[in-house]
Design a protein around this ligand. Structure first.
Ligand code: CU
Length: 77
């Protein structure tokens, strides 16, 4: 990750992440984003992501997660 860029860290809570297979799916999905750092926390059902604010917004990650059928906790659908 480019440390000269302004970054933010966010935790996204995920509904429907019920097994380690889900965690692996989401890990692979998050790997598609270049220049970020993330960790998938299966026991907390969440992903923590640090990303440059100039390059991404939280919604980008939420959409990627939702594309696999998961829902974002706290989001109104
Ligand atoms: Cu699963």
């Amino acid at each position: 990750m480019d440390i000269t860029k302004e970054t933010t860290r966010e935790t996204i809570e995920i509904i429907g992440m019920t097994c380690t297979g889900c965690a692996r799916t989401l890990e692979n999905e998050m790997r598609k984003f270049a220049g970020i750092e993330f960790s998938v926390n299966f026991s907390e059902r969440s992903i923590t992501v640090a990303y440059p604010v100039a390059d991404y917004k939280r919604e980008d990650f939420e959409k990627a997660i939702e594309s696999h059928g998961y829902k974002i906790k706290g989001k109104v659908y």
